[in-house]
Design a binder for this molecule. Structure first.
Ligand SMILES: *[C@@H]1O[C@H](CO)[C@@H](O)[C@H](O)[C@H]1NC(C)=O
Ligand SMILES: *[C@@H]1O[C@H](CO)[C@@H](O)[C@H](O)[C@H]1NC(C)=O
Ligand SMILES: *[C@@H]1O[C@H](CO)[C@@H](O)[C@H](O)[C@H]1NC(C)=O
Ligand SMILES: *[C@@H]1O[C@H](CO)[C@@H](O)[C@H](O)[C@H]1NC(C)=O
Ligand SMILES: *[C@@H]1O[C@H](CO)[C@@H](O)[C@H](O)[C@H]1NC(C)=O
Length: 791
């Protein structure tokens, strides 16, 4: 019995396990490895080689193994295929030929093919494992299932594993999954829920093979080892920009049926590049091997990213893609796919450390070279008048070079005008002999270069981690969903966008160069090659902004996005005019959800808005502490004020809380606010008042049936709302109607009924307070989106 012989051989040797976490987490014993999809492409290329390397490293580690390649085909057919694959595994250079031959022979003897199609097949596998354990008198250490199957099959396989292949208590079960994990937030959540019905979170290992790349997994250790150099400069004051780039030269021929559903953002940016970004920018963990802490810190980065919208991305598609789609999906010549094969995305992490630092994520097929890297480019404040070749005049940068490119090997490069990085342990070495190459604008001799002493394949690395039970290089359910939360809005925003068509390879020239402007990204050159049949189709911008009259006042109408764009532009124009005229702009804003889109627009697109000379007043406020989420001020601060450079003393929240109580008449809060207005605002006339209108016709906090007529001439009053919280403080019509410009913003299908009524009714303070908005000497402009106007 050859199996027993090799097991005996294994058992005779003793030695150390793989990782710290691993040796603690598991007892030695027998390990069953099952590769479901064991004759597929991924298994052929990487997985069996990875498991062979695991076996070689563990031969003297006290564990014994059996390997199963599983698949849908019957055994007679697939066994020879599996063995062809297994015979091709290779040893690393440090293993002698003789020893390698012995090890390979053992590995083949320990392996077998099994058909894994039905529940009975899985039950039989489980029986087989248990019988074997009994016969050989072995204790079991664990079972590792690697699902190398299409994602739609995950839930089914996971259920079969749960119902029939769970080992008895105390023995670990690990199930490895490959992307795609959904194609948006919702589908990822559905898949996660299905899987959690069959497997515990700690049993699941979601692979992002980028995390197994040696240079990627070096990012955190590098940051920790070089802390004394990096701490002072790893922030927005010193970092000019971060670039994370994966360029490929291949097309997607043969994979279109998969690729066309996904595109480059789902295929590369949402996972690989996002992981690299979090490693570069996360807070350093106290302990890199503590996966809980590592995953939490990564999640924090995702949570503090600014939203990604249409203006934060440009997309492209290589020219032949269309024909490939038509052929592989059997479509007619008219068929156009909008799937992008190139994307450049501009992200921002909005925290004190990285605020304002552009983070570029770029990937594409059919580009001029194959290379992957992350570059952190630092600001250089040295100006060289003459000696441009002096190292101080050159770019200051750290490059994590994942592989390929002009350099050809994985490396971490630190430009010599920064610092000489620490070299720790025996796993990395310094390179001092170079061939004559440039890397990202610097000659190789201008860098300190470190490279791994032995190159290792990403899958082999991760398979070792799985075996050791180390989870910090895998994607948890929470982090996966956090990433989709970032990417899903962008994917929806791009759904109807036409990608720029690029010819492919060196011919792309500068077509895909991008240009950053504030928080937006564009293609740098305007020239676009559009073949005649790419034009046409459902163009998104075919509707223009329309102007007209509503209730005999001015009206601007458009789809919501253009409407908000227009309102923001009008507001900025009013601000600039007021500042030109008197050096100051008084703006009164109402609360509620309607203005949020406007605030976002102002934050992301109006960098020249004269905030320094702007005073922000409240139209109305709920009688709750300003720190509560319900407070209008709180929401305005959250969505607008904290993102713009406005002096604190220009912000005027309503004094709803005085003497430790809320909106009590005797405390005189309304009078106090009025006094402040009188003191600061010339003739108490705001330059611009933004109002919304409620379903019941209220505006500001002036509700139907309220005693609105009893406020006399006062500018501020306490009012009652029919909905909670009932107590409010509000500007009165006296204050509103003194304004130079009043904008009334109405959006959404839900307001259509109201808009129809308002277009017909006479002024009626009791029933429709909003009809009482009639500036004495100023303008009233209604901003109504098409949904509200047309229903
Ligand atoms: C696995 O299957 C059992 C029933 O066989 C079920 O009770 C359990 O909830 C399933 N899921 C997990 C994560 O164990
Ligand atoms: C780091 O975390 C690992 C895994 O949780 C643990 O085994 C190890 O003891 C920790 N090291 C320190 C120094 O706390
Ligand atoms: C391609 O489409 C044609 C016409 O609709 C159909 O007859 C043919 O069977 C299709 N071929 C494939 C491979 O789907
Ligand atoms: C105040 O407003 C009045 C009336 O609109 C105007 O005539 C006057 O010039 C303004 N004063 C200042 C200082 O802006
Ligand atoms: C407001 O009150 C005045 C008198 O106090 C009255 O003449 C007027 O009609 C009232 N307006 C409305 C809309 O109730």
């Amino acid at each position: 019995m050859s199996l027993a012989v090799s097991l005996l051989l294994v058992a005779l040797c003793a030695g150390a396990g793989y990782g710290e976490e691993g040796t603690r987490a598991q007892k030695a014993g027998h390990v069953s490895v099952v590769v479901v999809g064991g004759t597929g492409d991924l298994a052929r290329k990487y997985l069996w080689q990875g498991f062979f390397q695991l076996y070689v490293s563990q031969v003297s580690g006290g564990n014994t193994f059996s390997f199963y390649g599983g698949g849908l085909s019957p055994s007679e057919q697939a066994t020879p295929v599996l063995f062809e694959i297994l015979k091709a595994v290779t040893c690393s250079k440090d293993v002698s030929q003789d020893r390698c031959a012995i090890l390979k022979d053992q590995f083949l003897r320990l392996s077998q093919y099994r058909q894994l199609k039905t529940l009975e097949d899985y039950q039989e596998l489980a029986r087989h494992i248990e019988q074997q354990l009994q016969q050989e008198g072995m204790t079991e250490a664990g079972r590792l299932f690697y699902l190398s199957v299409p994602a739609f099959a995950y839930a089914g396989v996971a259920e079969k594993i749960n119902s029939s292949c769970r080992p008895a208590g105390g023995t670990w079960l690990r199930v490895v999954l490959e992307k795609p994990f959904g194609h948006d937030y919702l589908s990822a959540q559905v898949l996660a829920t299905e899987l959690l019905g069959a497997l515990k979170d700690e049993e699941m290992y979601r692979i992002d093979h980028y995390l197994g790349k040696q240079v990627v997994s070096k990012i955190l250790p590098f940051r920790m080892e070089n802390r004394k150099f990096l701490d002072p400069i790893w922030n927005r004051h010193h970092i000019e920009r971060i670039e994370i780039v994966l360029k490929e030269t291949l097309d997607v021929k043969g994979r279109i049926s998969f690729y066309d559903e996904y595109g480059v953002i789902r295929d590369v940016l949402q996972n690989h590049l996002t992981e690299v970004m979090t490693l570069l920018t996360m807070k350093l963990p106290a302990n890199v091997s503590n996966s809980g802490e590592v995953l939490r810190n990564k999640r924090e980065v995702l949570g503090s990213m600014l939203p990604l919208g249409k203006n934060q991305a440009v997309v492209g598609q290589y020219q032949n893609y269309k024909t490939e789609v038509q052929q592989e999906l059997n479509k007619t010549k008219e068929y156009v796919s909008l799937t992008s094969t190139f994307a450049a995305v501009l992200a921002h992490i909005e925290d004190a450390q990285y605020e304002g630092v552009p983070v570029l994520l770029i990937s594409g097929k059919m580009l001029d070279e194959r290379v992957g890297y992350a570059r952190v480019l630092f600001k250089n404040d040295v100006f060289c008048l003459q000696s441009h070749n002096n190292v101080h005049c050159k770019p200051k940068q750290i490059v994590f070079h994942f592989g390929h490119g002009s350099l050809k090997y994985p490396a971490v490069l630190v430009s010599k005008n920064l610092f000489k990085p620490v070299l720790k342990g025996g796993e990395w070495k310094e390179v001092t002999e170079h061939k004559d190459v440039d890397v990202l604008g610097l000659h190789i001799s201008d860098y300190f270069v470190q490279t791994p002493t032995t190159e290792r394949e990403a899958y082999a690395e991760l398979i070792h981690h799985i075996f050791a039970g180390q989870k910090n290089n895998f994607v948890s359910t929470e982090n996966l969903l956090a990433s989709w939360e970032v990417w899903t809005p962008l994917l929806s925003a791009l759904r109807a966008s036409f990608p720029r068509i690029y010819p492919g390879g060196a011919d792309n020239g500068d077509m895909l160069d991008v240009h950053l402007r504030g928080k937006e990204i564009r293609f740098n050159s305007e020239a676009v090659i559009i073949s005649p049949d790419q034009a046409g189709g459902p163009s998104a911008s075919s509707f223009q902004v329309m102007q007209g009259k509503f209730r005999s006042a001015e009206m601007v109408s458009a789809w919501s996005e253009e409407l908000v764009e227009r309102l923001a532009a009008d507001m900025q124009e009013a601000a600039e005019a007021a500042v030109r005229e008197g050096g100051i702009f008084h703006l009164a804003l109402s609360g509620g959800s309607t203005p949020l889109a406007l605030f976002r627009r102002l934050v992301l697109h109006h960098f020249s808005f004269p905030w320094r000379d702007t005073h922000v007043w409240m139209v109305d406020e709920r009688c709750v502490p300003l720190t509560e989420a319900d407070s209008n001020f709180h929401s305005m601060h959250e969505h607008l004020l904290q993102h713009v450079r406005i002096p604190y003393y220009n912000i005027h929240p309503m004094p709803v809380q005085l003497n430790q109580r809320l909106c009590v008449e005797e405390d005189g809060g309304a009078q106090l606010y009025e006094k402040e207005i009188n003191k600061l605002v010339n003739v108490s006339s705001f330059h611009f008042v933004l109002l919304g209108v409620g379903y019941d016709g209220h505006t500001a906090s002036l509700f139907p049936g309220g005693k609105l007529n009893e406020t006399g001439g006062s500018l501020v009053a306490l009012t009652e709302s029919p909905i909670k919280p009932h107590q409010r403080m509000s500007l009165t019509f006296s204050a509103i109607n003194r304004a130079r410009t009043v904008a009334l913003l109405v959006m959404g299908k839900g307001k259509h009924e109201l808009v129809t009524q308002l277009s017909r009714v006479k002024d009626n303070l009791e029933k429709y307070p909003v009809t009482w908005v009639k500036p004495d000497n100023g303008r009233l402009v209604w901003y109504i989106d098409y949904d509200a106007l047309l229903g």
